[in-house]
Design a protein around this ligand. Structure first.
Ligand code: IMP
Ligand code: MG
Length: 175
Protein backbone atom coordinates (compact mmCIF):
# COMPACT_ATOMS: atom_id res chain seq x y z
CA UNK A 1 0.00 0.00 0.00
CA UNK A 2 1.31 3.44 -0.91
CA UNK A 3 1.27 6.12 1.78
CA UNK A 4 0.47 9.69 1.01
CA UNK A 5 0.84 12.57 3.50
CA UNK A 6 -1.73 15.36 3.42
CA UNK A 7 -0.76 18.60 5.16
CA UNK A 8 -2.97 19.30 8.18
CA UNK A 9 -1.01 22.14 9.83
CA UNK A 10 1.65 23.98 7.83
CA UNK A 11 5.18 24.65 9.04
CA UNK A 12 4.44 28.39 9.21
CA UNK A 13 1.35 27.83 11.37
CA UNK A 14 3.23 25.51 13.73
CA UNK A 15 6.07 28.03 14.07
CA UNK A 16 3.68 30.87 14.78
CA UNK A 17 1.86 28.91 17.48
CA UNK A 18 5.07 27.76 19.17
CA UNK A 19 6.19 31.38 19.28
CA UNK A 20 2.92 32.30 21.09
CA UNK A 21 3.21 29.44 23.58
CA UNK A 22 6.88 30.29 24.23
CA UNK A 23 5.85 33.85 25.02
CA UNK A 24 3.05 32.70 27.36
CA UNK A 25 5.46 30.41 29.24
CA UNK A 26 8.08 33.19 29.49
CA UNK A 27 5.49 35.51 31.02
CA UNK A 28 4.06 32.94 33.40
CA UNK A 29 7.52 31.88 34.67
CA UNK A 30 9.09 35.37 34.80
CA UNK A 31 12.02 35.44 37.25
CA UNK A 32 12.18 31.64 37.41
CA UNK A 33 14.00 28.83 35.64
CA UNK A 34 11.85 26.31 33.81
CA UNK A 35 12.88 22.69 33.62
CA UNK A 36 11.58 21.16 30.41
CA UNK A 37 11.11 17.41 30.29
CA UNK A 38 10.95 15.97 26.81
CA UNK A 39 9.03 12.77 26.35
CA UNK A 40 11.02 10.96 23.64
CA UNK A 41 10.99 10.47 20.81
CA UNK A 42 7.95 12.40 19.63
CA UNK A 43 8.45 15.46 21.85
CA UNK A 44 12.02 16.15 20.71
CA UNK A 45 11.37 18.44 17.74
CA UNK A 46 8.72 20.40 19.59
CA UNK A 47 10.82 20.84 22.73
CA UNK A 48 13.82 22.19 20.81
CA UNK A 49 11.69 24.73 18.94
CA UNK A 50 9.80 25.71 22.11
CA UNK A 51 12.97 26.10 24.18
CA UNK A 52 14.41 28.52 21.60
CA UNK A 53 11.39 30.78 22.08
CA UNK A 54 11.40 30.86 25.90
CA UNK A 55 13.19 33.89 27.26
CA UNK A 56 13.55 32.85 30.94
CA UNK A 57 16.41 30.45 31.83
CA UNK A 58 15.72 26.90 30.69
CA UNK A 59 17.15 23.54 31.70
CA UNK A 60 16.20 20.32 29.95
CA UNK A 61 16.03 16.62 30.52
CA UNK A 62 14.74 13.68 28.53
CA UNK A 63 12.78 10.54 29.27
CA UNK A 64 11.30 7.74 27.22
CA UNK A 65 8.28 5.66 28.08
CA UNK A 66 6.18 3.31 26.05
CA UNK A 67 2.68 2.09 26.51
CA UNK A 68 2.35 -1.66 26.65
CA UNK A 69 0.91 -3.25 23.53
CA UNK A 70 1.40 -2.58 19.83
CA UNK A 71 -0.46 -0.71 17.14
CA UNK A 72 -1.90 2.76 17.11
CA UNK A 73 -4.09 2.37 20.20
CA UNK A 74 -2.35 2.84 23.54
CA UNK A 75 -3.00 0.57 26.49
CA UNK A 76 -3.39 1.28 30.18
CA UNK A 77 0.10 1.21 31.66
CA UNK A 78 3.49 2.58 30.74
CA UNK A 79 6.95 1.09 30.74
CA UNK A 80 10.01 3.21 31.57
CA UNK A 81 12.54 3.01 28.74
CA UNK A 82 14.81 5.86 29.81
CA UNK A 83 14.49 7.71 33.11
CA UNK A 84 15.51 11.33 33.71
CA UNK A 85 19.19 12.06 34.35
CA UNK A 86 18.55 14.70 37.02
CA UNK A 87 16.36 15.14 40.07
CA UNK A 88 13.29 17.36 39.59
CA UNK A 89 12.89 18.15 43.30
CA UNK A 90 12.03 21.83 43.86
CA UNK A 91 12.04 22.60 40.12
CA UNK A 92 9.41 24.32 37.96
CA UNK A 93 8.81 21.40 35.65
CA UNK A 94 7.01 21.44 32.31
CA UNK A 95 6.39 18.11 30.60
CA UNK A 96 6.66 18.58 26.83
CA UNK A 97 4.56 16.12 24.85
CA UNK A 98 3.99 15.56 21.15
CA UNK A 99 0.36 14.51 21.41
CA UNK A 100 -2.25 13.63 23.99
CA UNK A 101 -4.61 10.96 22.80
CA UNK A 102 -6.31 8.81 25.46
CA UNK A 103 -4.35 10.70 28.14
CA UNK A 104 -3.17 7.46 29.73
CA UNK A 105 0.54 7.98 29.10
CA UNK A 106 0.46 11.48 30.53
CA UNK A 107 -1.65 10.46 33.52
CA UNK A 108 0.82 7.73 34.53
CA UNK A 109 3.78 9.99 33.89
CA UNK A 110 2.36 12.76 36.07
CA UNK A 111 1.59 10.30 38.84
CA UNK A 112 5.24 9.22 38.78
CA UNK A 113 6.76 12.70 38.55
CA UNK A 114 4.60 14.07 41.38
CA UNK A 115 6.20 11.57 43.76
CA UNK A 116 9.56 13.26 43.03
CA UNK A 117 8.44 16.57 44.56
CA UNK A 118 8.82 19.18 41.83
CA UNK A 119 7.94 22.73 42.92
CA UNK A 120 5.35 22.80 40.14
CA UNK A 121 4.36 20.44 37.37
CA UNK A 122 2.76 21.67 34.14
CA UNK A 123 2.05 20.10 30.77
CA UNK A 124 2.68 21.56 27.33
CA UNK A 125 1.63 19.63 24.25
CA UNK A 126 1.96 20.24 20.53
CA UNK A 127 -1.26 18.40 19.71
CA UNK A 128 -4.35 17.21 21.52
CA UNK A 129 -7.12 14.91 20.33
CA UNK A 130 -9.80 15.77 22.92
CA UNK A 131 -12.38 13.41 21.35
CA UNK A 132 -10.20 10.43 22.23
CA UNK A 133 -9.73 11.23 25.92
CA UNK A 134 -10.25 8.30 28.31
CA UNK A 135 -8.45 9.71 31.36
CA UNK A 136 -9.09 13.28 32.48
CA UNK A 137 -5.72 15.05 32.49
CA UNK A 138 -5.07 18.75 32.97
CA UNK A 139 -3.12 20.30 30.10
CA UNK A 140 -1.71 23.78 30.67
CA UNK A 141 -0.53 24.67 27.15
CA UNK A 142 -1.88 23.20 23.90
CA UNK A 143 -0.70 24.35 20.48
CA UNK A 144 -3.46 22.67 18.46
CA UNK A 145 -6.58 20.61 19.08
CA UNK A 146 -7.03 18.20 16.18
CA UNK A 147 -9.74 15.75 15.09
CA UNK A 148 -9.42 12.01 15.61
CA UNK A 149 -7.03 11.27 12.75
CA UNK A 150 -3.61 9.64 12.81
CA UNK A 151 -1.02 12.36 12.28
CA UNK A 152 2.72 12.42 11.60
CA UNK A 153 5.51 14.96 11.36
CA UNK A 154 7.17 17.40 13.75
CA UNK A 155 8.38 14.43 15.80
CA UNK A 156 5.37 12.17 15.38
CA UNK A 157 5.84 8.90 13.54
CA UNK A 158 3.99 6.18 11.73
CA UNK A 159 6.08 3.02 12.09
CA UNK A 160 9.13 5.22 12.95
CA UNK A 161 8.76 7.17 9.70
CA UNK A 162 7.97 10.85 9.01
CA UNK A 163 9.23 12.32 12.31
CA UNK A 164 11.39 14.72 10.31
CA UNK A 165 8.56 16.35 8.36
CA UNK A 166 8.55 20.07 9.25
CA UNK A 167 4.71 20.18 9.27
CA UNK A 168 1.87 18.08 10.69
CA UNK A 169 0.30 15.70 8.19
CA UNK A 170 -2.34 12.99 8.00
CA UNK A 171 -1.38 9.60 6.56
CA UNK A 172 -3.56 8.49 3.67
CA UNK A 173 -3.27 5.01 2.23
CA UNK A 174 -3.58 4.29 -1.48
CA UNK A 175 -3.79 0.86 -3.13
P1 IMP B 1 -2.06 8.30 25.00
O1 IMP B 1 -1.49 7.58 26.16
O2 IMP B 1 -3.20 7.53 24.39
O3 IMP B 1 -2.44 9.73 25.28
O4 IMP B 1 -0.97 8.21 23.87
C1 IMP B 1 -0.11 9.19 23.52
C2 IMP B 1 0.95 8.62 22.61
O5 IMP B 1 0.36 7.85 21.53
C3 IMP B 1 1.71 9.71 21.94
O6 IMP B 1 2.80 10.16 22.70
C4 IMP B 1 2.13 9.08 20.62
O7 IMP B 1 3.32 8.36 20.80
C5 IMP B 1 1.01 8.11 20.31
N1 IMP B 1 0.04 8.71 19.36
C6 IMP B 1 -1.26 8.99 19.63
N2 IMP B 1 -1.87 9.51 18.56
C7 IMP B 1 -0.94 9.58 17.59
C8 IMP B 1 -0.96 10.07 16.22
O8 IMP B 1 -1.96 10.54 15.66
N3 IMP B 1 0.22 9.97 15.54
C9 IMP B 1 1.36 9.48 16.08
N4 IMP B 1 1.42 9.02 17.35
C10 IMP B 1 0.28 9.07 18.09
MG1 MG C 1 4.53 10.81 23.29
Amino acid sequence: MKENIKVLISEADVDKKIEEIGKAISERYAGKTVHLICVLKGGAFFMCELAKRITVPVSMDFMAVSSYGAGTVSSGSIKMIKDLDESIEGKEVIIVEDIIDSGRTLDKLMELLKTRNPKSLAVCTLLDKPDRRVVDVKVDYTCFNIPDEFVVGYGLDYDQKYRNLPYIGVVEFED
